[in-house]
Design a protein around this ligand. Structure first.
Ligand code: IPE
Ligand code: IPE
Ligand code: MG
Length: 250
């Protein structure tokens, strides 16, 4: 079934250029099985791998995954430290495979708060894959949508203060160019697993006209078939961007 759906989607020409995923529900998945929450994060890595594989196969331009929000520091210290360690191990283990598959990896978010060891690992992974021309995989880590907009404003305010531009020169396009996703295509589709229908401070600026897909499936149980269902729903939707149905269908 999925091979057929994949070729249908490829032929439809209606695939999104940029998909973002809020990978939620790891903790509940583990607790339901009588395991510790962190086991859910470990189990979720397999679905990260599968999602990247499918996105590459379908030649999507960009996949952005929410791995750790700027609010996730509020969690118990032990969970935070397991998440940091997991990030390090997964980067070490996966980067060669990503590189072989022509994936360009980047981490978006305020990485200042990470250890030097993790930051070096990130820098090496980004450097190794920098010239790849396939899928752009962005991992959002210590990322917050409000932080992203704030840091873009700070960069622009600095330019105004330095006399490089006037405040009235600031446009939506210019703000966009200073966000973390400036180099990526418009965000077409955002998927959230885990049953909650909220954005949790993810790509706020970028999601102005994004299609949203929420599923009750917990992240470790998410699978290729469900990703394809979300893509098929996206392919069917009429995106009007403020116009009328008649205007966009003509
Ligand atoms: C998402 O799963 C992963 C991170 C936030 C790092 P959760 O850990 O939020 O899982 P639930 O929502 O508690 O089940
Ligand atoms: C959002 O999930 C962040 C990630 C998936 C990394 P959360 O589990 O942190 O979201 P809230 O706090 O329930 O909204
Ligand atoms: Mg959660």
């Amino acid at each position: 079934m999925s091979t057929e759906l994949k070729s249908q989607l490829l032929n439809s020409g209606n695939l999104p250029s940029h998909v973002a995923i809020i990978m939620d529900g790891n903790g509940r998945w583990a607790v339901r099985q009588g395991k510790r929450r962190v086991m859910g994060h470990k189990a979720g890595v397999e679905m990260v791998r599968e999602s990247v594989k499918l996105a590459s196969e379908l030649k999507l331009g960009a996949l952005t995954l929410f791995a750790f929000s700027s609010e996730n520091w509020r969690r118990p210290a032990e969970e935070v430290s397991v998440l940091m360690e997991l990030f390090f191990t997964v980067l070490s283990r996966e980067v060669k495979r990503l590189n072989r598959n022509n994936v360009k990896l980047q981490v978006i978010g305020d990485t200042c708060r990470f250890s030097d060891r993790l930051r070096n690992k990130i820098a090496k992974a980004e450097e190794l894959t920098a010239n790849n021309t396939g899928l752009v995989l962005s991992i959002a880590a210590n990322y917050g949508g409000r932080w992203d907009i704030t840091q873009a404003c700070q960069q622009l305010a600095t330019k105004v203060a330095d006399g490089q531009m006037a405040a009235s020169d600031i446009t939506e396009e210019l703000i966009n160019q200073h966000t973390c996703t400036a180099q990526l295509p418009e965000l077409d589709l955002m998927i959230r697993s885990g049953g909650d229908c909220r954005i949790s401070n993810f790509l706020l600026w970028q999601s102005a006209y994004t299609e949203l897909y929420f599923t009750d499936t917990l992240w470790p149980d998410f699978n290729e078939a469900e990703f394809l269902t979300a893509l098929a729903k996206f392919a069917d939707v009429e995106r009007r961007f403020g116009c009328t149905s008649e205007q966009v269908s003509s």
